[in-house]
Design a protein. Sequence first.
Length: 278
Amino acid sequence: MNAVQAAVRVAETFGLRVDEPVLLRSTNNVVAWLRPSMIVAKIGVGSQRDFHTDVSVASVLGALGAPVVAPAPEFPAVVHSHDGFAVTFWRYYPQPTDVDITGERVAAALHRLHVCCAEMPTELHAALPSYLAELKSVSELLQDVERLSALPEQDRRLLIRAFDCLWQRLQQTSLADSHVVIHGSPHPYNVLLVDGEPRFIDFETTCIGPVEWDLAHTSPDTVSSYPGAVDTHLLQTSRDMVRVKTAAWCWADANRGDLRSHAETHTAHLRATFAGHA
């Protein structure tokens, strides 16, 4: 049984009719539209911890009026399990192909999201990891030659050098007492247009960190429109670290979808920036 079939089986136990599921995305998770219903299933394999964070955070933020896509109300807002797959259900919003979401609108929505994140219940806030926890996982991945077998050894060592340099900079510029609850990865794939306004999805990476870490996943136009002060040095360091992170995760799964292309793009940028570092 594959991931989409597992999601269909779970959906059918709740009475949902699924005639023809449509695969929307297959990156770190599988996402499928359970046509004809306006329901999307997100399916993962293995640990369900991040899926629990995703559902919990999105549910709470939705109740607070944040610009998010909340879990589909037709299903219990929990992580379902079937045949080794973790499954969650969300409302499906078809996306226009001829409309670009401006940086100004994304900035306003992201600021609103951060305001609502500050109102999150203490228990949920306390359970969130530091943004550095994900980076420690990236560091471990970069040492794993077997998992990164698709990555040329010279480039793996380049990514390690870049990571070490950027890690030191983050320690110097990212002050813990200014950290807040942030999305963790509000890149364009995690922004949908709903009723003409941007809304965020995928809260698996929600964490405690500087707003610059969130902004590092967005466009320069979004950054320039974001209300409040932004530390430009921390922002640039975060942008480069996001490239290291993205390159590493994409190389680890380079044979799926367009991940190899993303891995090569980010690695090329880092090669131009850090090739001269000892």
